[in-house]
Ligand binder design. Structure first.
Ligand code: G3D
Ligand code: MG
Length: 195
């Protein structure tokens, strides 16, 4: 049986819907909640089992409303394999601030060390849309992120978000296995190369 542990950090301006998005997972997966008061972070552990028996334990880290201390932030991002950046499609400032969120994350995490996703939340407020879908998607692509729009309120796109994270984990873990196998076969079949 394969069990994969994944740390996910959810970042973005206050009130964009990070906690609501996280909570929308709870009906779809089994979960366990833990609040680390000392660093003001809520951690939800979601367990997902694939049909082939692979188990994925997502530890999803959500920064609470506490003041933003640097020490807290670096703990928060450290070791995250997946980082979900959230903005509110009806709030331009929350989109413009993404650059600052990226800069902050990259003080503790190299861009190549994690897979990033951009989520435009509050899709139910589409009549107040402040950022075009195409603009957001092009921005996400320019930094190598997948893009998805959701409404935590209406539970739209939230299953797709989980699916996107799961697919990424499966892809990365099979790539890692492939690399390990290649390294092993190199050693077994071409020992001179590794001497
Ligand atoms: P945060 O964790 O990013 O700070 P929250 O954001 O999840 O606490 O959500 C902030 C407010 O936005 C909440 O409103 C919440 O209900 C609302 N919200 C979250 N997601 C959506 C969404 O998809 N659509 C709409 N219309 N509202 C959403 P309250 O009034 O409860 O503070
Ligand atoms: Mg919150």
């Amino acid at each position: 049986m394969v069990i994969i542990q994944v740390k996910v950090a959810v970042v973005g301006d206050g009130t964009v819907g990070k906690t609501s998005l996280m909570n929308s997972f709870t009906g779809k997966t089994s979960f366990m909640e833990q609040y680390l008061m000392t660093i003001g972070v809520n951690i939800l552990v979601h367990k997902i089992e694939k049909a082939n028996g692979t188990k994925i334990n997502f530890a999803i880290w959500d920064l609470g409303g506490q003041p933003r201390f640097n020490i807290v932030r670096s703990q928060f991002y450290k070791g995250a394999q997946l980082i979900v950046y959230v903005y509110d499609i009806s709030n331009k400032e929350s989109f413009d601030n993404l650059t600052e969120w990226l800069n902050e994350v990259h003080k503790s995490c190299a861009p190549a060390s994690y897979t990033g996703f951009l989520i435009g939340n509050k899709l139910d407020l589409v009549e107040f849309r402040a950022i075009d879908y195409e603009t957001a998607k092009a921005f996400a692509e320019s930094i190598g992120f997948e893009y998805l729009e959701t409404s935590a309120k209406e539970d739209t796109g939230t299953s797709e978000l989980i699916e996107m994270l799961v697919n990424n984990v499966i892809k990365n873990s099979s790539q890692k296995l492939l690399q390990q196998n290649q390294a092993i076969s190199k050693y077994v079949f071409k020992p001179s190369l590794v001497l």
